[in-house]
Design a protein around this ligand. Structure first.
Ligand code: ADP
Length: 209
């Protein structure tokens, strides 16, 4: 654990590749008493109509990147970010400080036995590892990821593979993990794994806080 994490409330950084089962596991931990802070949800709210990031997005990219309802035009932005080399960094420069401050605000308000930050790109974004007490990786094979995302989203296999290629590899994630949940099996197979980790986290939180 880093000094920064040690001086704060006990917290878990929950991550995993697209379709690995992060949301499923996070919901199960929440049902057992953990408090969730979902960074994807926060990013979504920041770029929704009236969101705190909208004025900066308009200033940086122009009205063309706002949809009729005033939200960021996600489809257009995604395409632009893929084709324009500097756009990703510019968008992140707008979003990341806002996501960080909003995340800290949500964490300060959260109740629960311990905190779970759900961070899809935790391994990719370095500083998160310092923020949390432990990293929990939800792991499954690439074939399982592809099958789940295709059936959930209607994306093609090559589209799913392109998203996966932009994320850390399975091995990179596992190397960053303190704890791993194997989610290649059915949903029932998650229950004993989540129960065991929840008990561990509750006792570590009691000793820490
Ligand atoms: P992530 O948040 O990592 O993208 P989700 O938790 O949303 O992943 O899971 C992706 C999809 O796979 C969802 O539709 C979810 O219901 C399903 N899913 C997750 N874990 C399992 C499992 N063990 N068995 C069957 N379906 C699962």
């Amino acid at each position: 654990m880093s000094d920064a994490a040690a001086s704060r409330r006990f917290s878990i950084g929950l991550t995993g590749g697209i379709g690995s089962g992060k949301t499923t596991v996070a919901d199960m931990l929440q049902a057992r008493g953990a408090a969730l802070v979902d960074t994807d949800l926060i990013a979504h709210q920041l770029t929704a109509p009236g969101g705190a990031a909208i004025p900066a997005i308009r200033a940086q990219f122009g009205d063309a990147f706002l949809a009729a309802d005033g939200a960021m035009d996600r489809v257009r932005m995604r395409e632009y970010v893929f084709t324009e080399p500097t756009a990703k960094a510019r968008l992140e420069a707008v979003l990341h400080p806002l996501i960080r401050s909003e995340t800290e605000r949500a964490a300060a308000e959260a109740k629960g036995t311990y905190l779970v930050f759900v961070v899809p790109l935790l391994v990719e974004s370095g500083s998160w590892k310092q923020r949390v007490s432990r990293v929990l990786v939800v792991d499954c094979s690439e074939q399982t990821q592809i099958r789940r995302v295709m059936s959930r989203s209607g994306l093609s296999e090559s589209q799913v593979r392109a998203i996966m290629a932009a994320q850390a590899s399975r091995l990179e994630r596992l190397a960053a993990a303190d704890d791993v949940i194997d989610n290649d099996g059915d949903a029932l197979a998650l229950v004993p794994q989540v129960d065991r980790l929840h008990a561990l986290y509750a006792s570590l939180a009691a000793a820490h806080d």
